[in-house]
Design a protein around this ligand. Sequence first.
Ligand code: INI
Length: 155
Amino acid sequence: MRMIEGQYTNADSRYAIVAGRFNQFVVDSLVEGAVDSLVRHGVDEDNITVVRVPGAFEIPLIAQAIAEKGEVDAIIALGAVIRGSTPHFDYVAGESAGGLNKVQMDTGVPCSFGVLTVDTIEQAIERAGTKAGNKGAEAALVAIEMVSVLRQISE
Ligand code: INI
């Protein structure tokens, strides 16, 4: 039997974090968590690029442009879409998730979805480094793992 699963030791890999500025107070904590997670898993800070975009809706286009350049192994999308703040929550959240999935399927570059989609600012804060952990850090780990799985598959 051949078993393939991701390792967290692919320190030579390169990552782009694409983060929305909307709800910046929350998203900054996600970015901090993601960078901390990457660095503590051995990724060189020089191999991490952080790109800021206006909101979660804009993340897929920029992720696509980055993926097509072929200079990163994975993209970590970070944002916070809060239902309370917008009547078009479903459009912003849905297009962000769907667009990112399209990018990863079209380009083969894994896009980790660390965009919070929550009902309240309190729920967002809980997921940005307080009682429900830091979803930015979790998204970074997923990216590392996906790079590792993809490398093993293509060996
Ligand atoms: N963008 C977010 O990232 N989070 C939100 O909660 C949000 N709300 O509430 O509207 C939001 N809207 C902006 C959107 O991402 C686009 O920037 C905008 O529609 C212009 O294209």
